[in-house]
Structure formats: structure tokens, C-alpha cells
Design a protein around this ligand. Structure first.
Ligand SMILES: *Cc1c(COP(=O)(O)O)cnc(C)c1O
Length: 407
């Protein structure tokens, strides 16, 4: 049926439709029980929204942690096609994975142990974030071994007190960079820092970090080290603080369509990940019967339930048990009883609502059709949506849709 309605013989044999056909036909053979569907058109939309916020500043799409579990290669391509200029990752391995996929855009890696394979990063033209003299010297040795200069970006600590060169270390890093620059082994490209309270845009700590950042830039310039660019803003600052944009912004979560400051709205972003599962079983449960381990839910009347084959091993937190809904058969229906390792149960009501085995339930998504969003899970659990989307795993199979503009 699918091959009859799509394909090269259609009157408009565009590549987009052909691509759609391939995706659908593949899916029809092997639809997984649980999926994380990633909408690459939403990624493109979100990057365009962020570019509008960024004004003259460039956008570095942060694609660390496999693009917040959305698929680093696919997301990077979609983000670059939508106008992101650079990519940011945590480790050298993450950066090399993008290079191996043929991505040529500038990539910055910012968190590595000092024995990391800096030589591989230099050879692949990956920019390395440095926060200490020890790291810098390791990078310089690698550059000598490779026979090419390393390009580095200084990560300066302006108050997060996590990664970044401390106020004591920073001048030493600068001095060492001057020396290595003369030697020709290391080239400084940029200076950056990371904010501690960006999701509270008017917190004075944000302003303090901005001031310290300006001081750090001035200290570098005083030594003759003039960075090509400087950058400070994450998603939250990108959409709330135009004065934090500098030469480039580094949004992560907003690229995936999740609001960096939920109290202030959605900023026109579209959630890119939808978590779905297909009903494995529909059955009757008599009034007074308990459902799932511990019998925490007792049927108040004769009812019909649906079993969804996805559990805490797949990223549905056990702590959500009895506290969430799914979109199934067109409406929100309550999940009942405990979430187990592999499954949980949904109450369909006495008439079963017409739900059948094989029907698809949306666990979270855009919220457009009235369904739940990752934000809802986060609110219920007292955590942040970052942890929800990065947590989908186990037997959850990722599938990308859209993104024709990148192919
Ligand atoms: C993760 C990260 C970002 C992106 O943060 P979001 O809050 O997801 O926008 C930016 N910069 C650095 C250094 C990061 O580690």
C-alpha cells in the first residue's frame, strides 16, 4: 500500500517524497515497540528562532551527549542547514564522530582529561577548550607530535566554579599561551565562559559573570592575545539577555525545542523529541482488582486497560508511577499503578475507548494535540526536561523524520 502511494512514479517525484517513502516503508516492516521520534524540521525551526534572538551573533549549536539524545550527526546537519555556524561538544570522541560523518563546520570540545587524545583532535581540525596550564601543555605536546599547530579556546571560570580556569590559573594560562603562540605550537582562537544562573535572567550573579568575562578578555588583550571571538550565552541567556550575546551564542536545550526558562513561556520553540509506544495488549480488569506490582491502583469499577511495553529501563522513570498521562486514542488517559522495568498500564475506561493492540500512544511530545510534554514529566518529578529527553534509552529506538533541507 505504501509503495503504491509514494515513490518515483508519482507525478512529483521529488527527493523529499522519495525519502518519506523510504522512511515509511522501513517503518512498516519493523515498527519498534517504543520510539523516540526526532523531528529535524523542528530542529531547523528552533535554530532559526535562535538566530533571530542572536541578532548579529553567530549560533553554535551544542550537540553534546549525542545532541541531548536526539542524534548528534542528524541534528548537526539540520542545525547547520538552518544557519548554525559552529558546533559544540563535550569530548574529543564526540567531535571525531561528527568529523567521521563528514561534517566540516568548526567544532569545539571543552571537557577532556589531560591525557585525552589531543593529537586526534588537532589532526581533525577540532578546536580544544582549555582550562589549565597542564591541559595546555598536553595539547602543545600533541601539536608537536602531529606537526600542526593546535587551535584552542580558553574556558575561563567567571563564577560557575566548575570547569574553566580559576582566577589564579587564568593568568598562568595566558602567559603560557603567549609563549606557545611564539613557538607556533598553539593558536588562541576564542575565549568563553559558562553561566551559573542564566535561567534567572535578572539575578545579579549573571551580571557579575558578565563583568568578570569582560575583565578576562581585557587581561588577554593586555598580553597581546586578541581572540577572534568571545562567547558566553547558553540557551537561557540567548533568549533573555541580548547584552550577553557577544560574537556567538551557545544554545543547547533550545535547539531541541525545550524552553530554557519555562516560567517565561516557550519562546516559539517546538519540542523535537516525541516518545511513543505501541499498545501490546488490551484487556478487562474487574472492579476491586489491583493493577501492577504492589497493587497501588485498584480498579474502582470494571474497566479496560492497555499495556504499553516501555518501562524504567527505557527511560520512563519509576517515580512517575500513577502520576502521568499518555495520549492514546485521541485523548489523554491516565497511567495507573507502578511503572515496571519493561512496561506500564493505562486505564481506558469501561468501554475501552476503541483502543486496540498496535495503537500508538504518545508519552510526551509537542503538546500540540493536547498530549503531555517532557516538561510535564520534569515538573512531576521535580527535575528538568534536559534529564527527561537525555534519559530515553534501553529499547527505545530513535527515528528521525523531516530534515529534507539537509539531504
Ligand atoms: C551544555 C552547555 C551549553 C548549552 O546549555 P543549554 O542550557 O542547554 O543551552 C553551553 N555551553 C556550555 C559550556 C555547556 O556545557
Amino acid at each position: 500500500m505504501l509503495s503504491g502511494s509514494f515513490g518515483r512514479t508519482s507525478c512529483e517525484p521529488s527527493f523529499g517524497k522519495w525519502h518519506y517513502f523510504l522512511v515509511l516503508s522501513n517503518q512498516s516492516l519493523t515498527t519498534p515497540q517504543a520510539e523516540a521520534v526526532i523531528d529535524l524540521d523542528a530542529i531547523g525551526h528552533n535554530v532559526r528562532v535562535l538566530r533571530r534572538f542572536a541578532g548579529d551573533a553567530a549560533v553554535m549549536a551544542v550537540v553534546k551527549a549525542d545532541a541531548y539524545n536526539h542524534g548528534a550527526v542528524e541534528v548537526s546537519r539540520a542545525a547547520l542547514a538552518a544557519g548554525a555556524r559552529e558546533l559544540g561538544v563535550t569530548t574529543i570522541d564526540e567531535a571525531l564522530q561528527l568529523r567521521a560523518a563528514g561534517i566540516e563546520a568548526p567544532i569545539l570540545t571543552w571537557l577532556n582529561t589531560s591525557d585525552a587524545d589531543f593529537g586526534a583532535a588537532i589532526a581533525a581540525d577540532i578546536e580544544i577548550g582549555v582550562a589549565s596550564v597542564k591541559h595546555l601543555n598536553a595539547i602543545a605536546s600533541a601539536a608537536k607530535a602531529v606537526g600542526e599547530p593546535a587551535t584552542v579556546t580558553i574556558k575561563v571560570d567567571t563564577g560557575l566554579n566548575r570547569n574553566g580556569a580559576s582566577p589564579l590559573e587564568y593568568p598562568r594560562v595566558l602567559d603560557e599561551l603567549v609563549r606557545l603562540g611564539r613557538e607556533g605550537t598553539v593558536r588562541l582562537r576564542a575565549i568563553f565562559s559558562h553561566l551559573a544562573l542564566a535561567d534567572q535572567p535578572h539575578n545579579p550573579v549573571v551580571d557579575k559573570q558578565r563583568e568578570r568575562f569582560l575583565d578576562a578578555i581585557a587581561a588577554a588583550k593586555a598580553r597581546g592575545l586578541v581572540p577572534e571571538l568571545v562567547h558566553l550565552a547558553n540557551s537561557a541567556s540567548t533568549v533573555t539577555r541580548p547584552d550577553m550575546q557577544f560574537d556567538m551564542v551557545r544554545p543547547g536545550i533550545a535547539v531541541y525545542g525545550l524552553s530554557p526558562v519555562p516560567e517565561l513561556g516557550d519562546f516559539d520553540l517546538i519540542p523535537a523529541m516525541s516518545a511513543k509506544a505501541r499498545v501490546a495488549l488490551v484487556k478487562e480488569v474487574a472492579a476491586g482488582e489491583g493493577v501492577s506490582y504492589g497493587h497501588e491502583w485498584i480498579a474502582p469499577r470494571d474497566t479496560v486497560v492497555a499495556l504499553l511495553p516501555v518501562g524504567y529501563a527505557d527511560g520512563v522513570p519509576r517515580l512517575l508511577g500513577g502520576k502521568f498521562d499518555v495520549l492514546l486514542g485521541g485523548i489523554r488517559r491516565p497511567a495507573i499503578g507502578r511503572v515496571c522495568m519493561d512496561q506500564f498500564v493505562v486505564d481506558l475506561g469501561p468501554d475501552g475507548g476503541g483502543v486496540e493492540e498496535g495503537d500508538e500512544a504518545e508519552l510526551f511530545g509537542t503538546g500540540d494535540r493536547g498530549g503531555p510534554r517532557a516538561q510535564d514529566w520534569a515538573d512531576t518529578l521535580g527535575t528538568i526536561h534536559y534529564e527527561i529527553v537525555t534519559g530515553m534509552r534501553g529499547r527505545t529506538v530513535r527515528r528521525h523524520v523531516g530534515g529534507e533541507e539537509t539531504t
